[in-house]
Ligand binder design. Sequence first.
Ligand SMILES: *[C@@H]1O[C@H](CO)[C@@H](O)[C@H](O)[C@H]1NC(C)=O
Ligand SMILES: *[C@@H]1O[C@H](CO)[C@@H](O)[C@H](O)[C@H]1NC(C)=O
Ligand SMILES: *[C@@H]1O[C@H](CO)[C@@H](O)[C@H](O)[C@H]1NC(C)=O
Ligand SMILES: *[C@@H]1O[C@H](CO)[C@@H](O)[C@H](O)[C@H]1NC(C)=O
Ligand SMILES: *[C@@H]1O[C@H](CO)[C@@H](O)[C@H](O)[C@H]1NC(C)=O
Ligand SMILES: [Fe+2]
Length: 591
Amino acid sequence: MMVAACDNMFRYQVVYVLILISSFIIVGQAEKHLNANGPFGKRHKFNNEPSPYACDRGAGVSSSIFPRRNKVVQTIQVSKTAYMSSEQIQITWTPILASCKDDFIGIYYIEIPLTTACDYFDFEFVQNKQSSMSWQMINLRRPLEFRYYSRDNTCSGNYSLIAKSPTIQPLNYNEPTQIHLAYGDRIDQMFVSYLTNSSQYIPQCQYGLTSSSLNFRQSGTTTTYTASDMCEGKANTWGPQAFIDTGYMHTILLEDLRSSTTYFYRIGTDEHGWSSIYSFTNRPADKNEAVNLITYGDMGLSPVEPGAKSTIDRVTTRVTSMNITCLLHIGDISYARGVGALWDAFMTQIQPISARIPYMVGIGNHEYDHVMGGDKDPSGAPGPGGFRPDWGNYGYDSGGECAVPMVRRFHSPSNGNSLFWYSFDVGPIHIIYYSTEHDFRYTSSQYKWLEQDLRSVNRSRTPWIIVGSHRPMYASETDEPYDFIKIMLQFYLEPLFYRYHVDVNLFAHKHSYERTCPMYKQKCVSDGITHVLIGMAGQDIDSGEYSGAEWSIYHDQEYGYSQLWANRTYLHFTYYHNDNDALVDQFVLQK
Ligand SMILES: *[C@@H]1O[C@H](CO)[C@@H](O)[C@H](O)[C@H]1NC(C)=O
Ligand SMILES: *[C@@H]1O[C@H](CO)[C@@H](O)[C@H](O)[C@H]1NC(C)=O
Ligand SMILES: *[C@@H]1O[C@H](CO)[C@@H](O)[C@H](O)[C@H]1NC(C)=O
Ligand SMILES: *[C@@H]1O[C@H](CO)[C@@H](O)[C@H](O)[C@H]1NC(C)=O
Ligand SMILES: *[C@@H]1O[C@H](CO)[C@@H](O)[C@H](O)[C@H]1NC(C)=O
Ligand SMILES: [Fe+2]
């Protein structure tokens, strides 16, 4: 008892000193992940590149409606004027005589004035003599057009409009897009969600045990959000590179589903049309059945972030060829940060996975962190910017979204606080998501909920407990020597997790992979918690040094994904690189 008390006292003092030190450090983190990426998947490097990257508005657009070169705006030919989401459109034009290195073709809402060259959704530079390019479309629910702008005066003057395409539109504005599944409160439930341009009809799901007998019907509800629903900044602003009309998010809660049973389904309405038929297999109810989860964090958009595309491709292959039960994406989801079209692009990107297995999300700094506007914060955290202790480097990382797009688009069980903290069972595993972006100290409601949830786990029902959150409790990369959030997580939550014999703690935020020994308080111990950093899913990759900590068993800085297989007695965690799908790290835990 005495030893424990002294030990506690000592740790309090250490933490107090750390808090003092930290208040002298100016936490002036630059925005690391700039929106260099566009929703149409055009790859934009940021440095040493000519204008429209940070579109050079200063260059201006020639005030004359007649462009310098031809005095006539030419036509950009399009392979189709009506498209389905994810279809390619091929565009062609007659090359001009001498092009400049920052001539570009952009995609625009048709009502954007021709003199506002920078207000595109996305763009690609035109190379000399180039006469065609390909665009992978996403349904933005409004008429669009391509425009070709070129610089005047031997490439030092204003932009002139050279050519323009006819209007292109979705074949069906209400095509069901962005289909995704999520677990509900009960094991017999499944959320099925999608998005259209209309709230006119009640969303429907038709489902059944074979693809030719979709005999069951369920109807759902519709929601949306607008710029003023979000907290601040870019998220509150209208524009092609900020908030755009989101369309309507539809969700149907299926019930009375049998466990471990495959269902076929489609969603839509007779009036607006139906999706293709997809299938999912509901989770097992029996702890004796094995489950197989995919886990990662920090993805972003492909192919701009090269890792995101390779992760999506590798995981899609697994989801379609193996029995994958569900996917855990533990924060830093789309990196939209107030750019609405990036949400449309991300939700479209994950559909090959999320229409087939539940896509369970946790909250990251890039979905939640904000400084002002806290009365709009759906998590109900107090204050204008939520949890912002002096010792934390909580920034402005959501572009003002403060998780509003997250809670309207994704679903989860409701036993905690929305998407911010919640728990669910998958076969023999009890999974708990907690938020490192919210107060996790002893007095917080999150801490109380965590303790109550951990206490209520029946370990003969779910022998495994896996917790997941966004920021690391342990990571040995040395790039952030003053990461006090890490230390505070060790101080407040590690003892709680240890006391309740948590098996695995998953986190991301750093863009790399690292696995520890089973450990407690900086030391490897036989009954400790295995920590796994899985922030390697796509949004760039770290390159820094490591401290050489003893508890770090394996780490690398490559794009990849991980899989967690478990039955009642045996848990097998595996980590794969995207480039060759090679298994590069694994561990086994046994009961
Ligand atoms: C170039 O752009 C500037 C700023 O938009 C504008 O004031 C000026 O008139 C333009 N020059 C020509 C030749 O159109
Ligand atoms: C799409 O939705 C917007 C906003 O509700 C509406 O103004 C527009 O008419 C819709 N477009 C079509 C083609 O239905
Ligand atoms: C997937 O599960 C089904 C039914 O549980 C089983 O028949 C099949 O063999 C499994 N496939 C693989 C690749 O494990
Ligand atoms: C825990 O789960 C086991 C196995 O499912 C069950 O037999 C037992 O009654 C449960 N215990 C409690 C306290 O609910
Ligand atoms: C769990 O899986 C391991 C490894 O495949 C196997 O040896 C063990 O028998 C399984 N346990 C149960 C209870 O099925
Ligand atoms: Fe992060």
